[in-house]
Design a protein around this ligand. Structure first.
Ligand SMILES: [Ca+2]
Length: 189
């Protein structure tokens, strides 16, 4: 199984510079300004699990987007702006282009009728070295309705990329989401 995975990576010629982008190693390999939580009840908390339903009693059950390693990062959006929920710093080569990828889906229920629909979906903002890189990633309201986002970044004179993810939505009703399959890869010339 390991050999198969390595062969695929070599064939695609692409290496993910993030150490735990699919969250198979739990909460290792990244940092967060949110609080690590066992129940995700508080705003501004996060957890890694195979299903938000296993952590938050009022969550919808959603599945990993790739059905492989099933862990995902679960976020209960903060009411405080500019609080980073995921960050990792990686070394980069100057004057090269890189691509950041992420999948994201809502998981909360509409409190007015219990429907599997977030009344205020998360809005993910990507900053690298302090600068917004792309328009905000707008999540879909439907629980488990994964959206795949891609953003291109050019290093210029930089030798490291401080990659940070924020929730641009500070609403405390809804605003709960999962992210998975984060990748940061060198774009060939
Ligand atoms: Ca995963």
């Amino acid at each position: 199984m390991i050999c198969t995975t390595m062969a695929l990576l070599v064939l695609s010629g692409e290496r993910n510079l993030l150490v735990n982008g699919d969250f198979r190693h739990g909460t290792r390999g990244f940092s967060s300004s949110y609080g690590l939580s066992t129940d995700l009840l508080g705003d501004g908390t996060y957890a890694v699990a195979k299903d938000p339903k296993l952590k938050h009693h009022g969550a919808c059950s959603i599945q990993d987007p790739k059905q492989g390693n099933r862990n995902m990062l679960l976020v209960n959006g903060s009411a405080t702006a500019n609080l980073c929920f995921w960050t990792e710093t990686v070394r980069v080569q100057p004057n090269h282009s890189y691509e950041f990828r992420i999948s994201a889906a809502s998981w909360s229920k509409d409190p007015t009728n219990g429907a599997p629909r977030d009344p205020s979906p998360g809005r993910i903002l990507l900053r690298i070295n302090g600068h917004p890189v792309a328009p905000v990633f707008e999540l879909k309201p439907g629980a488990g309705d994964w959206v795949h986002f891609v953003a291109r970044w050019t290093s210029g004179a930089e030798t490291e990329a401080r990659i940070r993810l924020y929730d641009d939505n500070t609403n405390i009703i809804g605003n709960d989401f999962a992210v998975d399959d984060l990748a940061f890869v060198l774009v060939p010339h």
